[in-house]
Write a protein that binds this ligand. Sequence first.
Ligand code: ADP
Ligand code: MG
Length: 348
Amino acid sequence: MAELIFSGVSRLFDGIPALNGIDARIAAGEFVALLGPSGCGKTTLLRLTAGFEAPDAGEITLGGQVLARVGGPFVPPEDRNIGIVFQSYALWPHMTVARNVAYPLEVRRIAAPERRRRVAEALALTGLSAFADRAPAQLSGGQRQRVALARCLVAEPRAVLLDEPLANLDLALRATMQDAFAAFHRRTGATMLYVTHDQTEALALADRVAVMQDGRIRQFAAPEVLYDRPQDCFVAGFVGDGAVIPLRVAGPLTPAGILVHALGQQIEARATDARPTHLCIRPEQVAIDGAGPIRARVSACTYQGGRFRLVLDAGGESLVTHGGQRARIGEELRLSIRHPWAFRDPDT
Ligand code: ADP
Ligand code: MG
């Protein structure tokens, strides 16, 4: 497996940038999720990596080899040895599971004994050994997606690209397949670039997540860092539940944090910037507290299984918290806010 590096990668369609100066380094064996709303450029970045598109600026390298550079080398897709799994499985319906998985090796004229060994290995890794002789039509959606993964893996790719591979599956199967992908990554140590617009999936699976918007990476960090310390309003709002509200600075930045003015209160916030503009307040940081200084009214209450999600109106700002009991719409509660994150939004 190999390190994948994007340096200043841009791609224009009709003069409009689908990707705008992408810089990212994905370590060998790392599982990285590309997360962002529809149209932000995720698939374009995968297609550039696979070699189906060429960049208009910048460079892509894999394991030290330049795959594409403007005015320089361009390695065609078939010579990149990169595995790709799409949302649709594209299996051959008339071939058994084993033949489907063996197909990339047949194309490369790998001898039968080695082919059989590698197919058996790929089927075992994806939990499909018992299904080798079935036809794709006899499999569930999740099993078919695993065949597609086995077929990609059998070629021993230097990196694996997955474009919303679970988008067609129902919720329960998606959770099972997420576990399967995580186990697959542990066992193979593959360098994986996994595209999704589902933030739960990205946070659950990836070592690090690149959050994209409008062709740019807004923040590239571990899931817990994105959740605890978002760098801008887009990331704060797109990753994880909670509220993003404007603030005024009320004190100096110290190692313990900063005192800010928001929701009509002075609030102790965590911060690393001396001039933050916004607070990101996660549900866990909003406590329902009879003696709390903030008054709020319940504006929505939905059951989430085991707990309720409460949306609260605090003097015109919306907050989110969790509660153990159903709350009445319009009910007044008192709240205290504990250790929210204050950051400086670069677009403010
Ligand atoms: P995502 O996968 O994040 O939904 P895409 O990478 O598919 O986003 O698309 C990014 C932007 O580039 C979109 O605005 C899309 O319409 C545009 N785009 C992608 N491929 C093409 C193409 N072949 N021709 C013209 N525009 C394209
Ligand atoms: Mg896409």
